[in-house]
Design a protein around this ligand. Structure first.
Ligand code: ADP
Ligand code: MG
Length: 397
């Protein structure tokens, strides 16, 4: 689960990490008061979307020379004007894809004098099963690009969970970033604070890009991007409250209401499968036959008819879907339950695209019988390969 920059900064502030003072704005009318509550003489007006690269992004239908989603303002009036110009419009960045994201919230914060910009992140490293620090002198840049072109400029190491964060971790980062004097001490304290926050709130990723040295020589977190482990959010009521569902894919949001493991993708073949492994294999084989999956969906072992119906409705609601492949290897999941769910969904929402069904395993005969008695126009398949071939052929001709 991701949150906005202003929410991330509030969390950082509550743990004592250095961030600028700022105000969030939901309506244009609030912008002037918000800016007026800050010190000035420089304000930064920042579009709040769940994606990075805002500064270098651009708005749809932008005027010539118009700036991206992070703008400087030299007066309260200017800050208000910039906030008004951004609210409600669609910002496209490297991370949003071509569709972009609508800006519904603006963060106005005090402008900082910047001496240097650096990169810092904490993340869960799956290789070592530990929390890792990633630091680089190349701040404000796309870290993937730095990793590609100048990997030697990235410092990365993991923290032993038995000892936790130690001052030497912070010093290692400080010296690598070329910090001196009081900054070293600040760095040791800040890294400890970030590590504590990361662990206590079950984060998956915490990225400060840029971490800066201000013109007064102090460290400050100028941007903050946080992702939480979705499976642990139930332990943190305060974090769950920060969820902004308008930032999520509506299909994934609907799926989460029914506890379905669904992930929206860009392809044309909708998939309904039981078991994550089989779902992955199904996506692979669709690609092998020359098409692209429109989604990942594992309906799980104990799915009810209602759950299957909802899953099918979510798949058909995707306008990119040109065909559907139902691939069930019934173990705990019974084929007749799947068949009933699919039919109930088709009765409700209709079926405009070809549907290939492959059923195998528990109650397979009953399942096939339900489908053939339904009068539905279904293409039956014998196995995974047959199913993939048939749906790709039906869609691509
Ligand atoms: P994004 O990473 O989405 O582009 P950032 O918050 O990192 O957004 O802002 C982009 C750039 O804008 C930063 O690298 C920094 O140079 C500048 N910037 C951001 N916030 C401030 C601020 N409060 N004061 C001065 N400059 C800022
Ligand atoms: Mg940034």
């Amino acid at each position: 689960m991701n949150i906005h920059e202003y929410q991330a900064k509030a969390l950082l502030r509550s743990y004592g990490a250095p961030v600028s003072d700022g105000r969030v704005v939901l309506k244009a009318e609030e912008a002037k008061t918000a800016a007026g509550a800050l010190d000035g003489p420089l304000w930064v007006v920042k579009a709040q979307i769940h994606a990075g690269g805002r500064g270098k992004g651009s708005f749809k239908e932008a005027d010539a020379g118009e700036k991206g989603g992070v703008r400087l303002a030299k007066s309260v009036e200017e800050a208000e004007m910039e906030a008004k110009r951004m609210l409600g419009r669609t910002l496209v960045t490297k991370q949003t894809g071509d569709a972009g994201k609508q800006v519904n919230r603006i963060y106005i914060e005090d402008g900082s004098g910047i001496e240097t910009e650096m990169y810092l992140a904490l993340l869960v490293d799956r290789q070592t099963s530990r929390v890792s620090f990633v630091a680089s002198t190349e701040g404000g840049m796309d870290i993937e690009e730095v990793a590609e072109s100048t990997p030697e400029k990235i410092l990365s190491f993991s923290v032993d969970p038995a000892t936790g964060y130690q001052a030497f971790h912070g010093r290692r980062i400080a010296f690598n970033l070329g910090l001196t004097g009081k900054q070293v001490k600040q760095c040791v304290a800040l890294m400890g604070t970030l590590y504590k926050l990361f662990i206590e709130k079950d984060m998956e990723m915490l990225e400060i890009n840029p971490l800066i040295v201000t013109d007064a020589g102090d460290l400050k977190c100028l941007d903050a991007k946080i992702g939480f482990d979705g499976n642990a959010v139930y332990r943190h009521a305060d974090i769950a409250e920060l969820r902004d569902t308008t930032e999520e894919d509506p299909k994934e949001l609907e799926a989460s209401k029914y506890d379905l493991n669904y992930i929206a993708l860009d392809g044309e073949i909708g998939c309904m499968v039981n078991g994550a492994g089989l779902a992955m294999a199904t996506m692979d084989i669709i690609k092998l036959y020359g098409a692209e999956p429109a989604n990942f969906l594992d309906v799980g072992g104990g799915a009810t008819k209602e759950k299957v119906t909802e899953a099918f409705k979510i798949i058909t609601s995707d306008p990119n879907v040109k065909g559907i492949l139902v691939n069930i290897f019934g173990g705990i999941m019974r084929c007749d339950v799947i068949a009933e769910g699919v039919i109930a969904a088709v009765k409700e929402v209709g079926l405009q695209v070809p549907l290939v069904v492959r059923l195998e395993g528990t109650n397979v005969e009953k399942g096939k019988e339900i489908i053939s008695n339904s009068g539905l126009d279904v293409i039956a398949a014998d196995d995974l390969k047959d199913g993939a071939e048939k749906i790709v052929k039906a869609v691509k001709g």
